[in-house]
Design a protein around this ligand. Structure first.
Ligand code: TYD
Length: 226
């Protein structure tokens, strides 16, 4: 039988606090004997990391932005994500296609029908076969009010092209995530990222235990992990 890889993505507006949880979750899975690939988008391959630098720094319109995001995603899927899943690994990916619908679709106002076509091309090949499309098995959505996220980011590094957007942009992005979540309830888990870090972590681990992907004892190991 094919080994069952697990493809888990992390989403949320900038400042929602997902990054520290990714490494902590990788440790828990490794502790359970899994091989874990931790990766990110935009990026994840040498080619896609070059595209990331363009996306975060160079001015461009929403169509160019969307084409670049999906070009990087195609390379990332082909070279990193799919091979790891085929070997039965756990893949933890910091952002994926839901971010494109939230940022380029809702945030920038780009046509989501076109995004769906690009999604199918990038994730199933040019056959455009929606049934064969590689979607995450689970998406952990760190949901947070934009005002709180902005306050958390205020003292962080110099903002990039996205982080420097006004609060209204992030309200739209948040709404975009909410729409994606309600259209794919089977794979989305909404985490209340406004809570203390330990409470967010417990909710996160609980959702994995509930799916049978981690043993119930993981919840104890994990309580103070991040
Ligand atoms: P992010 O995960 O926030 O990286 P970092 O925490 O290192 O800043 O991702 C970078 C930005 O890219 C983020 O502001 C969201 C944006 N983005 C899109 O606009 N579309 C996408 O499809 C993806 C994956 C990210």
């Amino acid at each position: 039988m094919e080994p069952a890889g697990r493809f888990i993505t992390f989403e949320g507006i900038d400042g929602a606090g997902k990054s520290s949880h990714i490494e902590a979750l990788a440790s828990v899975f490794r502790h359970q004997g899994h091989t874990v690939t931790v990766t990110r988008e935009p990026g994840g391959t040498p080619l896609a990391e070059k595209i990331r630098a363009l996306l975060l720094n160079d001015a461009m319109d929403a169509l160019t932005e969307s084409l670049l995001v999906f070009a990087g995603r195609r390379d990332h899927l082909r070279c990193v994500i799919e091979p790891a899943l085929a070997k039965g690994e756990v893949v933890l990916c910091d952002r994926f296609t839901d971010a494109t619908f939230a940022y380029q679709g809702s945030g920038r106002g780009f046509d989501t029908k076109l995004l769906s076509i690009l999604e199918q091309m990038a994730q199933s090949g040019i056959a455009l076969d929606a049934k064969k499309m590689r979607d995450p098995d689970l998406t952990l959505w760190f949901d947070l009010a934009p005002g709180v996220a902005a306050a958390r980011l205020a003292d962080a590094r110099a903002p990039d092209r996205f982080e420097s957007q006004p609060a209204e942009f992030f309200s739209r992005v948040r709404q975009g995530y909410a729409e994606r979540a309600s259209a794919a309830t089977h794979r989305f888990v909404r985490l209340d990222a406004g809570k203390a870090r330990g409470a967010v972590w417990s909710q996160l681990i609980g959702s994995l235990v509930q799916r049978g992907w981690l043993p119930a004892t993981a919840a104890d190991i994990a309580a103070d992990a991040p």
